[in-house]
Design a binder for this molecule. Structure first.
Ligand code: GLC
Length: 738
């Protein structure tokens, strides 16, 4: 089941032929200075007289970090009416998970396993942002993140290439629709190309060492899917991979992106990454940085001025050809024409306020509901029954309007955030008596002076809701952690509340998987809500009181300890896979012999299993899988099979399950992962209902880059799995023949 279809916005060559003629005509009139100007993006120019002068001289192609219609129209008027050729600006902004109406962080959106919902969220963001004159967003972020120490896992769609591909393509379509020149669109930007999430040690900006085959099988697919979906731009990543900074890497920017994927939008640097090549030790100075970047295929430089100040000289010295410059400018102009900027450079004042509309808020709430993952629900404590008359709402994140929105929020306004405390009072205050104590002022707070009040509130309540986790600043760019446990005295607060003897529902707001196994064991139920955005409160309230049922699934593995990282489900088997019941530290005999513990791949202190596997998520009901069948036990390498199973809702509540399809290639020309996600479906079942679920699995879905680095299907034995998470054992054998 492949979401990304062959059609692409940029494949309609007939429409493009007219644009290419316009580009040729315009290019023919441009001076070298004007061409180089198109390759320069300036940040926040309205406060910078020199930048405004450069725009007036036609030496700026794009601006970012301007977020209001008046300023943007003023800058466009300057570019269109005061420059010699009147080329409009493309206006970029980080609209990552919403503009004013904030949706869950992308990691939370991934947990919905609902691409249509992700597409809807991008539509809302595009409509709101474009009403202010923004026409380019630096999203979707498509980095594969296998390391939760890396703060930017929050912006990613998690660890799996298939899930990230499906979600990334959906987000591109949501931002761009089927015609980029329509009103209410944003040009998308597939970032950060490439491998940024594999930063050594999970430390942001750090080097990566991804060999080509792994790059092709794991890190490229989500970007290729975005290009196939028509992504207008691509952003290079800060990291050097195997010694080559992405921003000046011709293998990825020319051979892969242009020659193999036929990408015809433009490539922008991430922030000052050209200039940062001096720090990398890859360029001696800004002039060499400009030389290596432009000749590698970087079209536009964001913020730093290596291009602006050196390209003209490099062309005159014959080190950069004019055709290289023309190609870069052509790519940039192509996107501007496709956006319709030459026809409609200015933004009209909307007739109604486009922000926080009821419809937008409803979509944000739906996304927040579907993003929540139920980690534990002892004795079906949730949803609350009418027996509960008093609840104690406690914790630093119960009423945290800023933090609830999560990382990469520039334009969401705190005052519009509806917190869990607000929602429980407003929506359920007629049903239960609501007590509230913060307990801690913020997540890192170690001041326990308010613990007595928190405990007293718990003692008066029938159930305790404890809201803990991470402040929004704890994830996102440059926010890596070596320890993924709760900060401050949050764990102590939980222990204090347990003295009340009352059942505790822990609600965790976080931008990453956290190593909170012990805290979850101590709580009676746990909802993992990521940073759920503007409507997180109403979403959580409806889940707690049973108007909604959790359906989210983990888009990333939750390790027991940060020392287990990197830990991901689609790992190789190794030559010595550990058995199910590995030795534990407490069982190691004294004076143990050298080989007495069995020489297999596991940790003596934390075993060989994570805390929670990719794809995991509970429901208020119980789903049963059975009767897995293949339409045939074998298929040709050009064929397909239908994989089906019966899914039953054995509980008393109607609910939705994310049914997941995995494959395992038993032997290949290279070692293969123990499982790979190849499909998923959200299935709604009424209480007691059984439904046959089917997937069409094409042989081409099993293709991978093998020993010769060519993507193909390799005949052989496979196992086909279906289940509610990546730990599923329900499988059938499939033979793929020539
Ligand atoms: C930042 C980020 C990138 C963002 C850009 C513009 O450094 O790495 O994701 O889009 O700069 O803000």
């Amino acid at each position: 089941m492949l979401i990304v279809g062959p059609e692409t916005i940029f494949a309609q060559k007939s429409a493009d032929a007219a644009i290419e003629k316009k580009i040729d005509r315009l290019l023919g009139k441009m001076t070298l200075k004007e061409k180089i100007g198109q390759m320069y993006q300036v940040s926040g120019p309205t406060r910078d007289a020199a930048a405004m002068q450069l725009i007036r001289e036609g030496r700026v192609g794009s601006v970012l970090n301007v977020n209001n219609r008046e300023d943007i129209n003023r800058l466009q008027r300057l570019a269109v009416t005061e420059t010699r050729l009147g080329i409009p600006l493309i206006v970029g902004r980080d609209v990552i998970h919403g503009y004013h109406t904030i949706f869950p962080i992308p990691l939370g959106q991934a947990a919905t396993f609902d691409p249509e919902l992700v597409k809807e969220g991008a539509r809302v963001a595009a409509q709101e942002a474009s009403s202010d004159g923004i026409n380019w967003t630096f999203a979707p972020m498509l980095d594969i993140a296998r390391d939760a120490r890396w703060g930017r896992i929050a912006e990613s769609f998690g660890e799996d290439p298939f899930l990230a591909s499906v979600m990334g393509a959906a987000m591109v379509k949501g931002f761009q629709t089927e015609r980029l020149s329509d009103k209410g669109t944003l040009a998308a930007c597939a970032k950060h190309f490439i491998g940024y999430g594999a930063a050594e040690g999970g430390r942001d900006y750090n080097s990566t060492n991804i060999p080509e085959r792994l790059m092709r099988n794991v890190y490229f697919p989500s970007f290729q899917a975005a290009v196939q979906a028509g992504a207008a731009t691509v952003m290079t990543s800060f990291n050097d991979n195997d010694g080559v900074p992405s921003t000046a890497n011709p293998f990825i920017l020319k051979k892969v992106l242009r020659d193999e994927w036929h990408f015809d939008g433009f490539v922008v640097s991430d922030w000052t990454s050209p200039e940062e090549m001096i720090n990398h030790g890859f360029a001696a100075d800004r002039k060499e940085a400009a030389l290596r970047s432009v000749n590698a295929g970087l079209d536009m430089e964001m913020v730093s001025k290596c291009y602006l100040n050196n390209l003209e000289e490099l062309v005159k010295e014959g080190k950069v050809s004019i055709s290289t410059i023309d190609n870069a400018v052509r790519n940039i102009l192509r996107v501007k024409f496709r956006l319709g900027l030459f026809d409609h450079p200015y933004t009209d004042t909307p007739s109604t306020n486009p922000f926080y509309t009821d419809d937008n808020l409803a979509k944000a709430k739906k996304a927040a509901v579907e993003s929540v993952v139920l980690l534990k629900n002892t004795n079906h404590l949730l949803p609350l029954t009418s027996a509960v008359k008093t609840v104690a709402v406690i914790g630093p994140l119960a009423d945290a309007q800023h933090d609830q929105m999560g990382t990469w929020v520039f334009d969401g306004e705190n005052g519009h955030t509806q917190t869990p405390l607000m929602a429980i009072r407003k929506m359920y205050g007629d049903r239960v008596n609501v007590l509230y104590e913060q307990g801690l002022a913020f997540c890192r707070d170690t001041n326990k002076s308010r613990f007595p009040q928190a405990l007293e509130a718990a003692q008066k309540a029938d159930v305790v809701f404890l809201f803990v986790g991470e402040e929004s600043i704890m994830s996102g760019e440059a926010h890596s952690f070596s320890n993924l446990g709760f900060k401050g005295a949050q764990s102590e607060l939980l222990q204090e509340l347990k003295k009340s003897g009352k059942p505790i529902v822990m609600v965790v707001m976080a931008g990453r998987p956290m190593t909170i196994m012990k805290e979850v064991a101590a709580a009676d139920a746990t909802l993992y809500v990521w940073h759920p955005g503007t409507m997180g409160g109403p979403a959580i309230a409806d889940l707690l009181f049973g108007k909604e049922v959790p359906s989210g699934k983990l888009p990333a593995t939750f390790p027991k300890e940060s020392g287990q990282i990197p830990f991901f489900y689609n790992h190789n088997n190794t030559g010595r896979p550990a058995p199910e019941n590995v030795m534990t530290l407490d069982r190691i005999p004294l004076n143990a012999g050298q080989t007495s513990l069995g020489n297999t791949s596991y940790y003596l202190d934390s075993g060989n299993r994570p805390w929670l596997p990719f794809g995991f998520g509970l429901s208020y009901t119980d789903f049963a899988y059975g009767n897995l069948q293949l339409s045939s036990g074998s298929m040709k390498k050009t064929g397909y099979v239908t994989v089906s199973c019966d899914l039953t809702n054995n509980g008393t509540l109607d609910a939705t399950e994310v049914v997941q399809l995995y494959v395992r290639d038993i032997a290949g020309s290279i070692t293969r992962p123990v499982k790979e996600l190849k499909g998923f479906q959200r299935i709604a079942l009424r209480s007691g209902e059984t439904k046959k679920i089917s997937f069409e699995l094409k042989a081409e879905d099993l293709a991978f880059y093998g020993i010769d680095n060519v993507k193909k299907v390799e005949p052989g034995d496979f196992l086909i799995f279906i289940g509610g998470d990546s730990d599923t054992k329900l499988c059938q054998k499939l033979i793929v023949t020539e």
